[in-house]
Design a protein around this ligand. Sequence first.
Ligand SMILES: O=C(O)CCC(=O)C(=O)O
Ligand SMILES: [Fe+2]
Length: 271
Amino acid sequence: MNVAIQKTAPASATDPVRVSSRLTAEDVGALIRNEIQVLRIPDFISRDACKQITKGLKSTGYNDYLNAPKVGRIGMSYFETGMKQEIIDHYFETAMDNINLLRAACAPYPCPMDTFRCAMDETWAQGCTLQTLFGKKMFVGLSRCMKPGIPLKAHHDMFGRHAPNTPEAESLISQFAINIYIDVPEKGGEIGMWNDEISDAEFLERRGGDYAIPLEQLGPCDYSAKPENGDLILFNARKLHAVLPGEGVDRLTISGFLGYRGEKEPLTVWS
Ligand SMILES: O=C(O)CCC(=O)C(=O)O
Ligand SMILES: [Fe+2]
């Protein structure tokens, strides 16, 4: 596949990818203001924690997404509910058990999503809380497993598609992806991003019957970020993005979304 060929963005003040040594409100502000598209924080969790958590996640075991075959996950994404009431009920019924399942898989280390939630809460003036929907707590901390050679096809993430006409989705100003990289291949597995922010209607049309747009249908990505074990990466989930195929090992992450609704509001997290 030649889709991994990327344009290399020049390192300048306008570089869409920023690398920082710790999580700060200033850098999250730069994402919110659209000054940068990707914020990478190396060594957010230790290499020792990554090794132990890798074992815990693998022994817990991955199941495929209900609507994205070949992509393994522990926990459940609200994206999988597809507005079907039965699956929505299942999502909320299992939300707390899944949070605790991830905690058990990470023990004796804290679950990296808990670490992120605390760090974000301490960093953002109005705090960071678990998203509620229909008066119920959502799940956060989905662990994803990408097999070598398999990409996560190009998509954007829009809470509003899955929870339409809800105050929670309608009040969102920005949606960022949160990923903590637990075990990633040395070659491949980059996040590729395109400058395009297409409407959800256009996205749904372009993906057709698939869960996302095959990489072959797009030109090379406009910029990319190569994660390393222990990284925390936040990026603008409303831009078209994909995970390029990795080589050799399974690519394990713990993930969620971060919602911004204005300076006077807390940030929220969910999967
Ligand atoms: O695994 C990644 O690097 C990004 C996955 C993704 O599409 C997301 O978190 O929204
Ligand atoms: Fe995504």
